[in-house]
Design a protein around this ligand. Structure first.
Ligand SMILES: C[S@@+](CC[C@H](N)C(=O)[O-])C[C@H]1O[C@@H](n2cnc3c(N)ncnc32)[C@H](O)[C@@H]1O
Length: 233
């Protein structure tokens, strides 16, 4: 593990009600949160996910490229990645974009260790943060950032009604003009856990509800879409 690591204990107050949550009710059921089925905190599970995902989702490199293209015009970026996992997106962004600082936030020590392995020398430029983004206080102390990026992780709040609160909190760490890049799967008739995924049209709506403007679709493939939104300040 690199030295620049921060371990922060979980707080007890969970993400729950609030204006934004209730405003999302129409796009979600009132189901309970879905239990964690794949626990990425287990090292063997984390490794298996990486291998299976490489085979099952061959289109992911095109999402990495779309994240990089969206960030490319910006300089000296202070970036936070939510649910950074094995560091694949971080690696592409660090190699192809002008990055001043990179915080990789994940609740899995095992994933951070795999990310450090995957990043090699680039890991020295990353601050690994162990934190649970279901806890409302997760943004505390992260400072002001220029970009928050997240890929295939927002559904890990374990219910789509938590999406707007998650994005609202992400906006609190963004400087005026800062960008959010959010990619995740959307609901299809084949979705096995419909409580986790918003409908495709509800994804940009969630960014809007969270206070973002200039919302744009950046890439779409494999029932997954990448959206960008700007923090108006
Ligand atoms: C499906 S993986 C995606 C990883 C990475 N974004 C990627 O696409 O390669 C989801 C990641 O979210 C992390 N995660 C799940 N629940 C989390 C939580 N409540 N707080 C922080 N990270 C979480 C997992 O540990 C895992 O690394």
């Amino acid at each position: 593990m690199p030295d620049r690591r921060e371990i922060i204990g979980a707080k007890s107050d969970r993400m729950h009600s609030g204006a934004a949550t209730s405003s999302l009710r129409h796009m979600s059921s009132d189901d309970e949160d879905l239990p964690i089925r794949v626990d990425f905190r287990d090292p063997a599970t984390a490794r298996t996910w990486i291998e299976e995902t490489r085979i099952k989702r061959p289109y992911r490199p095109r999402f990495f490229a779309a994240f990089c293209a969206a960030l490319a015009p910006r300089r000296q970026l202070r970036i936070l990645e939510l649910g950074s996992g094995p560091g694949q997106l971080a690696r592409e962004i660090l190699l192809h974009c002008d990055v001043h600082s990179y915080h990789a936030l994940d609740f899995s020590q095992a994933m951070h260790e795999l990310a450090a392995e995957h990043l090699g020398e680039l890991a020295t430029r990353v601050t690994f943060v162990i934190r649970d983004f279901r806890e409302p206080a997760w943004p505390n102390g992260l400072g002001e950032l220029d970009a928050v990026v997240t890929l295939q992780a927002a559904h890990e709040t374990r219910h789509k009604r938590h999406l707007v609160p998650l994005l609202e909190r992400a906006r609190t760490v963004l400087a005026p003009g800062g960008v959010l890049l959010y990619a995740d799967h959307y609901l299809t008739p084949e979705s096995k856990l419909p409580g986790l995924s918003p409908a495709r049209d509800d994804q940009p709506l969630a960014l809007e509800r969270a206070g973002f403007v200039d919302i744009e679709l950046r890439h779409e493939e494999g029932n997954m879409a990448l959206w960008s939104g700007r923090n108006p300040g």
